[in-house]
Design a protein around this ligand. Structure first.
Ligand SMILES: [Mg+2]
Ligand SMILES: [Zn+2]
Length: 213
């Protein structure tokens, strides 16, 4: 049987709140944030431009932002248990995020979780943070800086279970074998007629996967 790969988004999925949005508003420029966020919703500003412009005005030291992230981030219940369950079942578990290694790794370490992580990186320059991209900018399906090709490569022809909540999850989720979705991603899939399972926390996901495996 082909291997199962669990692909899990970070911000707003593993974490209860979207820390990228929080940092962009707290350490960046609130007006720019609102402008590009509305543009993303309307489809007039591409994702890569949104992230670039949100973090360009951030001039804080990385250590200060990491400290803020660790203080404010709460992880959705059942995350660690799901990682352990995946390990026990032989499922591959990969966190795939449009956020930054530098901010995600400290949270995973705090939770005592060691998993594969695919994310962008940031160069926290004093004259404004620069994003170092880990995803192509030209998805054949959506045209965005998109997780789909990365997820395809990770799954290597096996079953993909996708867990996500937002804009950057749309294209990869549509391509997955099974989807757990909440918030914006759930609304998007509703509109596209793509089936998914709603979830509150990772206990829900684990239960569904173990019972319905
Ligand atoms: Mg998200
Ligand atoms: Zn795409």
């Amino acid at each position: 049987m082909a291997q199962r790969t669990l692909v899990v988004d970070f911000d707003g999925t593993i974490t209860e709140q979207d820390m990228l949005d929080d940092i962009a508003q707290t350490f960046g420029d609130g007006e720019v944030y609102r402008e590009v966020d509305e543009g993303l919703d309307r489809g007039s500003v591409p994702l890569r431009e949104v992230i670039r412009r949100e973090f360009e005005p951030v001039r804080a030291e990385l250590g200060d932002v990491v400290e803020y992230v660790l203080r404010k981030t709460r992880v959705r219940p059942g995350f660690r248990e799901l990682v352990e369950r995946a390990q026990a079942e032989g499922w591959r578990f990969v966190v795939v995020s449009s956020g930054f290694h530098e901010l995600i790794e400290p949270v995973l370490a705090r939770e005592g979780v060691s998993v594969e992580l695919h994310a962008n990186r940031v160069d926290p320059r004093p004259d404004g943070w620069r994003v170092l991209w880990s995803y192509g900018d030209d998805c054949e399906t959506c045209g965005e800086s998109c997780k789909r090709a990365t997820v395809d490569a990770l799954a290597n022809g096996g079953e993909v279970v996708y867990v996500g909540d937002g804009y950057s999850d749309r294209c990869a989720a549509e391509d997955a074998d099974r989807v757990f979705a909440r918030r914006g991603l759930a609304r998007w899939l509703d509109g596209r007629g793509v089936p998914y399972e709603p979830f509150e926390d990772f206990h829900d996901v684990a239960r569904a996967l173990v019972n319905g495996a």
